[in-house]
Design a protein around this ligand. Structure first.
Ligand SMILES: Cc1ncc(COP(=O)(O)O)c(C=O)c1O
Length: 369
């Protein structure tokens, strides 16, 4: 490298997302690709959001309203929080990075769960360094272990941030409300808590609860939502952060101006009002998840319960081989080696048609092993 890169940056490996549809299409020359690798919405984009974008395209030469007044106003009613507690990101990943940049530095530690969203590790690598990650193993069932988090909190180290995905990606597991709430009460105020609820719209366990109302109680809580999943706007990049005013003001210091595009922000406004689309997304997901859970279990795979729009499973055959063979049939899944679970694979719940094609292809492929 001809530049003297910052030492921390040198060590970072770029994020590898689920294989894009276009890449496999080019590689195979096949027409039909079923991408079930990045937890996108198989129903597509809310029709109301599409209309809103169409109506706004001519204004693309204009910067967006950098206060995002209209979108924040709607979100504030939707989430029942003051609009000055809301910050927007180019996807929630941007908000994760902004939050990390506020508090991390060499010598300051972060608590991160194993088998969770990869961005948490990356932002700590960037702003503090790999050696400042306090890793907490998941339980035998790949669930978050908050007792492990507590142990780290009591380690006497200079901890500045911790990350919790609830429900979690890639495992699909969740932390029951009571357990999470009693943990939050134990976190000192000077530690920033990232509570990432990217999949909240799919969660329906009785003892699951969003942490939105806890934001009122904990000034160090930064709650994250995204419009990439249930609202079908992954390609537009809209993430939402909610925090009390003081934390929000700090976040505003590092926000880039116009970080959500004009088209993305009008689409977001329409998408959160499209209740029919959200309901259909939830129902389609629930049915598809039950179908896939049952079918994969019948085949003999170990499938993990999920509160999200994906399932993690451990196949009876080599997972990498399996994923490769599925790709040859135009079906993209996500092997979980990079998430520290090399035996497992993650599948995003598709439409019922996609789910059935997947199961049929899988049965065919398994004969080859
Ligand atoms: C747990 C979790 N958080 C955040 C994100 C990022 O979503 P986005 O940046 O599209 O809002 C994802 C995406 O896969 C995720 O799984």
């Amino acid at each position: 490298m001809f530049l003297k890169l910052n030492k921390r940056i040198e060590k970072i490996k770029p994020y590898i997302p689920g294989k894009p549809e276009e890449v496999l299409q080019r590689e195979l020359g096949v027409e039909r690709i079923i991408k079930l690798a990045s937890n996108e919405n198989p129903l597509g984009t809310s029709p109301r959001a599409i209309d809103a974008i169409k109506g706004e395209t001519e204004k693309s030469y204009f910067y967006p309203d950098d206060t995002y007044y209209s979108l924040k106003n709607k979100l504030s009613k939707y989430y029942n929080v003051p609009d000055e507690w809301i910050i927007l990101g180019s996807g929630s990943v941007e908000l994760i990075k902004m939050a990390a940049s506020l508090v991390l530095d060499e010598g300051k530690y972060a608590i991160v769960s194993k088998n969770s969203f990869l961005m948490y590790e990356k932002v700590v690598q960037e702003f503090a360094g790999e050696e400042y990650i306090l890793w907490v193993d998941t339980t035998d069932n790949y669930e978050y272990d908050l007792k492990g988090f507590e142990k780290e909190l009591n380690s006497g180290k200079n901890i500045s941030i911790l990350f919790i995905a609830n429900p979690n990606n890639p495992t699909g597991s969740y932390i029951p409300a009571e357990e999470l709430y009693s943990f939050l009460k134990k976190v000192p105020d000077n530690i920033l808590i990232i509570l990432d609820e990217a999949y909240v719209e799919y969660a329906d366990a009785e003892d699951y609860k969003s942490g939105l109302e806890w934001v009122k109680e904990f000034p160090n809580l930064f709650l994250l939502r995204t419009l990439s999943k249930a609202y079908g706007l992954a390609g537009l990049r809209v993430g939402v952060g909610v925090a009390q005013r003081e934390l929000l003001e700090a976040l505003m210091k590092v926000r880039l101006p116009f970080n959500v595009s004009r088209l993305a922000s009008v689409a977001a406004e329409a998408a959160i009002e499209d209740k029919d689309f959200l309901e259909l997304s939830f129902k389609t997901n629930k049915k598809g998840k039950e179908f896939l859970f049952e079918e994969l279990t019948k085949i003999g795979f170990k499938v993990f319960p999920s509160q999200t729009n994906f399932l993690m499973f451990i196949p009876t055959v080599d997972p990498i081989e399996l994923v490769k063979k599925l790709e040859k049939k135009g079906i993209i899944l996500r092997p979980l080696g990079p998430f520290g679970i090399p035996d497992a694979v993650r599948i995003t719940i598709g439409t019922m048609e996609q789910n059935k094609i997947f199961i049929d292809s899988l049965k065919e492929i398994l004969k080859e092993f």
